[in-house]
Design a protein around this ligand. Structure first.
Ligand SMILES: Cc1cc2nc3c(=O)[nH]c(=O)nc-3n(C[C@H](O)[C@H](O)[C@H](O)COP(=O)(O)O)c2cc1C
Length: 185
């Protein structure tokens, strides 16, 4: 490998493509496409999301400190694209992308009916990092659609999640092996 020293490139990829919802105390909600999302601790489960301080969703999460992370399937890439380039300041994004907010179990922020997985989180800490603030969320509830459940596991082939890298949307390729049991070539 002959690595070049580069700047302005996000070397961590692929990233998950998610839809994050937020709501303020008055129950006004918003949804946006988010890829600055990751698992911070598996037990207890914490998920973090970085939100640009200029976004409408930032205003709402600052008021109420809750969010949901929703995993959509390949068929919803158009909706994700719309939600990533429009603002809740200008329009009702749920209506615009034709997705359905559904009351969550533990938080005011809605789950998304059409998403295969919805994860409800309460903000425990906020890191003020720069353009984006990073919200550390304790996971309070996880909902998984039966069609992608395989016993206590998620059937990734059935789920067909979307990845994000270098300004583009990607599907996953083939399974390469299981942990501790990598398939021969
Ligand atoms: C693929 C993709 C990933 C994105 N990831 C994030 C993210 O993690 N955090 C963020 O603040 N904005 C992210 N954005 C941008 C927001 O979705 C976008 O600014 C949106 O218009 C904000 O909507 P709002 O004003 O209703 O909050 C992403 C956009 C796309 C297309």
């Amino acid at each position: 490998m002959a690595k070049q020293l580069v700047s302005g490139i996000i070397g961590l990829l692929p990233l998950p493509l998610t839809l994050v919802t937020v709501a303020n105390k008055a129950n006004i909600s918003d949804v946006f496409t988010a890829s600055w999302v990751g698992v911070l601790c598996p037990d207890p489960l914490y998920i973090g999301v970085g939100i640009n301080a200029v976004n409408y969703s930032h205003e709402l999460i600052e008021d109420n400190g809750e969010f949901t992370v929703n995993i959509i399937q390949e068929g919803f890439v158009r909706e994700a694209d719309i939600l990533g380039i429009t603002s809740g300041r200008d329009l009702d994004k749920f209506e615009k992308a034709r997705i359905t907010p559904q009351p969550a179990k533990e938080v005011k922020a809605p789950n998304i009916l059409e998403a295969a997985i919805s994860i409800e989180c309460r903000v425990q800490e906020v890191l003020r990092l720069g353009t984006h603030d990073f919200y550390v969320g304790r996971v309070l509830a996880t909902h998984v659609d039966e069609s992608v459940l395989d016993g206590k596991k998620i059937n990734v082939e059935a789920l067909r999640p979307i990845a994000y890298a270098e300004n583009s949307y990607w599907s996953l390729g083939r399974k390469m092996g299981r942990v501790g049991r990598v398939m021969p070539e």
